[in-house]
Design a protein around this ligand. Structure first.
Ligand code: CTP
Length: 426
């Protein structure tokens, strides 16, 4: 078994390196009766072997994970956060956080269901994982430090840049692995190995049985990556999106807009709005129902079809700036940014751009208090006049606070008379 201690020394930065060195020696010295092994596992081992930056630490423990976490928290001046149902604890110590889990075995009752988890040994823990590149462990125990456990050929797959599942039933057991795979493929520039690609096609229909929140969480993880467009286009081409729900689509122009967004930006509402940008209302409602998202997501998805229903108004040649604002202000800004990214190069696009870059921010100079001081009675008239001032500002009819006050003086007697008349009638 190869030893990667030298690679760890070279690749891991402080405080990760001191932490992983100390974990094993502390466990061996102080907890030998309850902990028999500590391993670095999963994505961190993959990233280490790829010499990519490692951000967090995932530890697998043969023995009592909670005891180890509690001991490290005390030793390093950190804290143990809530344990999950799967017996994983989160440890936070100065400079880093670590997920610490007991080695476990998993079984699935039906496709798409959450696994049944039991205590297992390190080999069984690696056997339950998604891809060979994520199914390696590095021993942190003193005397064995740096030993790489690679039972499934993960290192070879890293060299060959390929994604390979560990067994035939992997995607049927957990169809979200398909979405994870698409994310890795785009992020790492890897490819599904032929047999795995065949299993993916065979089993992607199981995605239908996966709950909305689980799918959404994987979609969110894809959207957070700079390579989101490549991953979603591939999901579209392979039929994976349609397997989640027939209405879920990422057409080419949406993918292009996603790809054009600055590399590395994490702009989730904008990307969600882009996903809704090309959908019909019926489709957007169906996608929202399928993903069961928080209210903001539903609004962003539905803003796509609502915008398209009014978009022809923006093509009218003689539209005043205040009218552009009236048409566009009900929409969330992220939804309009998304529409701007996919709009045809017509007046509509110009106006979206004008609204987002200038008109949206235009305000009158007077406040409600100014109006009340000028004699406007507190109540709905204040809001009405403020709106009127803003519209006049937008249309270039007013340029200063003095001009606004003059307009209020001019308009007030008329508005008061109207209000008096309305009160007399009611
Ligand atoms: N894992 C799995 N099947 C899943 C989810 C997770 O086998 N459906 C395993 C993989 O071994 C994975 C590890 O759990 O490497 C940790 O999961 P996660 O943190 O989601 O993945 P990472 O690879 O650590 O992180 P990322 O995907 O962001 O690189």
């Amino acid at each position: 078994m190869p030893n990667v201690a030298a690679l760890m020394e070279r690749t891991l930065k402080s405080p990760f390196l001191d932490f992983v060195k100390e974990v094993g020696s502390e466990a061996a010295a102080k907890l030998a009766h309850s902990v028999q092994g500590v391993y670095l596992v999963g994505g961190q081992v993959r990233d280490l072997l790829l010499e990519r930056h490692v951000y967090d630490i995932d530890l697998m423990v043969a023995g009592d994970a909670r005891k180890l976490a509690a001991h490290l928290a005390q030793h390093r001046g950190g804290q143990v956060l809530a344990a999950t149902v799967f017996g994983t604890v989160k440890l936070e110590v100065p400079g880093l956080s670590a997920d610490i889990a007991m080695a476990r075995r998993e079984s699935y009752e039906r496709p798409g269901a959450l696994p049944r988890v039991e205590k297992g040994d390190p080999k069984e823990d690696l056997a339950r994982r998604d891809y060979t590149i994520n199914a390696m462990a590095i021993d942190l125990w003193p005397g064995r430090f740096g030993t790489l456990f690679d039972f499934y050929g993960g290192m070879r797959d890293i060299t060959l840049k390929r994604l390979r599942v560990l067994h035939e039933q992997s995607f049927a057991d957990d169809p979200t692995r398909i979405l994870r795979g698409l994310r890795y493929e785009a992020r790492l520039g890897f490819q599904f190995e032929t047999r795995t690609a065949g299993l993916l096609t065979r089993d992607m229909h199981h995605l239908e049985a996966v709950s909305g929140p689980r799918i959404r969480s994987e979609v969110m993880r894809i959207l957070r990556e700079p390579t989101r467009a490549a991953a979603l286009s591939r999901a579209e081409d392979l039929g994976v999106l349609a397997a989640i729900h027939p209405a879920l689509r990422v057409p080419k122009r949406v993918a292009e807009a996603m790809a054009a967004s600055a590399e590395g930006t994490e702009d989730l509402p904008y990307f969600v709005a882009l996903m809704g940008a090309a959908l019909t209302e019926e489709e957007a409602r169906a996608v929202a129902a399928r993903l069961d998202p928080p209210r903001e997501w539903t609004e962003l998805l539905l803003a796509g079809p609502s915008y398209r229903a009014i978009s022809r108004l923006l093509e009218k040649p003689d539209l005043k700036p205040s009218e552009i604002v009236e048409v566009l202000s009900p929409f969330p800004t992220d939804a309009l940014r998304a529409q701007l990214a996919v709009a045809p190069p017509t007046l509509q696009r110009e106006r979206l751009n004008l609204y987002l870059s200038e008109l949206r921010a235009v305000r009158q100079a007077c406040t409600g208090d100014d109006l009340i001081a000028a004699g406007v009675p507190a109540g709905p008239l204040v809001g009405e006049l403020l709106d009127e001032l803003r519209r006049a500002r937008l249309d270039g009819l007013l340029h200063s606070k003095i001009e606004e006050e003059a307009m209020v003086k001019r308009r007030l007697p008329i508005l008061l008379a109207r209000q008096g008349g309305e009160a007399g009638r009611s």
